[in-house]
Design a protein around this ligand. Structure first.
Ligand SMILES: N[C@@H](CCC(=O)N[C@@H](CS)C(=O)NCC(=O)O)C(=O)O
Length: 231
């Protein structure tokens, strides 16, 4: 049966990158059709919509050519629907700084979690855990600077960095539990802890953040398709 939604979104529940797009669609109250992708056996739709990276998320707006890459998609949505819940600040310098830290999260923070999974030896894992903790402490400083005493990176309202980092919180908690260490906690990152609890219960994210079973299924799929390195 065809859908009347202008926006079609290809994603998968456990993907923090796909969750970013869902979070923004919800914040802006945009209706969309959710096409769930099985990354263990990619669909023709995904392969033809994102032939370069073959990854979710993909957004198809009003039958126009598909868009991929989560940051590009959420910025596109912000430009197309500027009146409801803008996520990027209006000042060009503030926007640039938001993009700088989003790139840091994507290039310097999130990849450490995949590195931790793929590293087989205890010593190697401990070194990565230390880096994760140090970089989370840096993000605590970024939060203090950006939020200026308010609830979110974006100030009084959820902004770009809240979306970018907030959608990774499910995996942060999952990795804490399965590797027996604390990443966001009262002792090291008290402000981020308060922020995380706020984000966690945000109305627009409540049905988006995946539960631990969904994350475990995805984790097991990764272990099969992208196994840890041999010792
Ligand atoms: N830089 C991309 C990353 C997207 C990404 O890594 N998606 C994963 C799911 S979490 C994926 O589709 N992986 C499939 C694969 O690696 O083949 C973005 O921001 O959208």
């Amino acid at each position: 049966m065809g859908s009347s939604c202008e926006i079609k979104f290809i994603g998968t529940d456990a993907s923090p990158f796909a969750n970013r797009v869902q979070f923004v669609l919800n914040l802006k109250s945009i209706e969309y059709e959710y096409i769930v992708e099985n990354l263990a056996c990619k669909s023709e739709l995904l392969l033809t919509s994102n032939p370069v990276y073959q990854k979710v998320p993909v957004l198809i707006h009003a039958n126009k050519p598909p868009l991929s890459e989560s940051l590009i998609i959420i910025e596109y949505l912000d430009e197309m629907y500027p009146d409801v819940h803008p996520i990027l600040p209006s000042d060009p310098l503030d926007r640039a700084n938001n993009r700088f830290w989003a790139a840091y999260i994507d290039n310097m923070f999130i990849p450490l979690f995949e590195e931790l999974r793929k590293t087989p030896d205890k010593e190697g894992k401990e070194a990565i855990k230390k880096q994760i903790i140090e970089r989370t402490q840096l993000l605590e400083e970024v939060f203090v600077k950006f939020s200026k005493g308010k609830a979110y990176f974006g100030g009084d309202n959820v902004g770009y960095l809240d979306v970018v980092f907030g959608c990774f919180l499910g995996w942060v908690r999952f990795v804490e539990r399965h590797n027996e260490f604390k990443i966001i906690d009262e002792a090291g990152t008290p402000k981020l802890l308060e922020w995380a609890n706020r984000i966690w219960s945000h109305e627009a994210l409540k049905d988006v953040i995946p539960g631990s079973e969904t994350l475990m299924d995805f984790y097991m799929m990764l272990q099969v398709h992208k196994p840890a390195r041999a010792i």
